[in-house]
Design a binder for this molecule. Structure first.
Ligand code: TRP
Length: 290
């Protein structure tokens, strides 16, 4: 049976290694298989929630498109498009919003995070600076996925809830209209591929903790140096489990390379040295894609 995969990357800023591990790499790997048809796109309408200028948005769309291509997307084999070029998405967005309970959107992590932030800042209005685009974000994402009857959606761990919401919307619609119109999609996620950012929270543009793809060598080195570590002295054995450097390294290194770094951790390695190993790995991994 043939399977459809679909994924998008939001066009805000430069794509980062979390996008690569969560969406780009698994999608491109799957898209090479015979029985799979792929829908890979640039989510430029989703970016409007941050109200970018036309030139900033345009630049970001070009960056995402060139990243997909540089990483090996073959436009003859996959459907490769810009979200805003498909007007039917916005029609479906409205139809889905009429079957989606408001309470479901109230529970969206990204919206809740904004409210928590306002609470922390002591704001009276917890919805301060929350526009309806942010609030309805998961519905447009549902339309992206359901319009093309996707079976599998390769995404980073931060998108799991959006996929669950999409499934809810599809089921709800199918139930109300007594028809199996929408395919119920599944998130395609490799557990070990949830990448932490520089500060240990999930890697995300909204946390400003990302490592962008295709940086100049010295910029990449500088960023890797910023990864948060503890104050264990250089000569003391180190734990790989809670170490951000190791967690990021794991997504790019071979089993043998991982074992070598593990051995160095047991012996005791300075954080500077561990960061250099990660830096060289990332440089090497992406050099032929630049
Ligand atoms: N929300 C995703 C992100 O922030 C982008 C996205 C939009 C998406 N629509 C999608 C991903 C549909 C998968 C499927 O990166």
């Amino acid at each position: 049976m043939s399977q459809r995969i679909l994924t998008g990357i939001k066009a805000t800023g430069q794509p980062h290694i979390g996008n690569y591990i969560g969406a780009i790499q698994p999608s491109l790997e799957l898209s090479k298989q015979e029985n799979i048809s792929s829908y890979l796109f640039i989510a430029d309408s989703h970016s409007l929630t941050v109200q970018p200028s036309a030139s900033v948005l345009k630049q970001s769309v070009c960056q995402i498109a060139s990243t997909w291509l540089a990483c090996g997307l073959d436009p003859n084999k996959v459907f490769f498009y810009r979200q805003s070029d498909i007007p039917e998405l916005f029609e479906l967005n409205w139809i889905l919003s009429c079957v989606t309970p408001k309470g479901l959107m109230n529970r969206a992590h990204s919206y809740k995070a904004r409210k928590d932030e306002n609470l922390k800042l002591g704001k009276k209005d917890l919805d301060d600076k929350v526009n309806m685009g942010i609030y309805n974000y998961p519905i447009l994402m549902g339309a992206d996925i359901l319009l093309f009857s996707a079976d599998q959606v390769p995404v980073g761990g931060d998108q799991i809830q959006h996929l669950e919401m999409t499934r809810d919307m599809a089921q709800k619609f199918n139930h109300i209209y007594k028809k199996d119109l929408f395919t119920i999609p599944k998130a395609f996620i490799k557990e070990e591929k949830i990448l932490p950012g520089l500060d240990g929270r999930k890697m995300s543009k909204s946390y400003n903790n990302e490592i962008p793809l295709f940086l100049e060598s010295n910029q990449l080195k500088k960023l890797v140096r910023k990864i948060k570590t503890d104050s264990t002295p250089a000569e003391e054995p180190k734990d790989t489990k809670n170490c951000l450097i190791f967690q990021i390294y794991k997504s790019f290194a071979s089993d043998e390379e991982m074992q070598n770094l593990k051995d160095l951790y047991v012996k005791g390695i300075g954080w500077g040295e561990a960061k250099d190993i990660l830096f060289f790995k990332l440089e090497d991994y992406f050099k032929d894609k630049k």
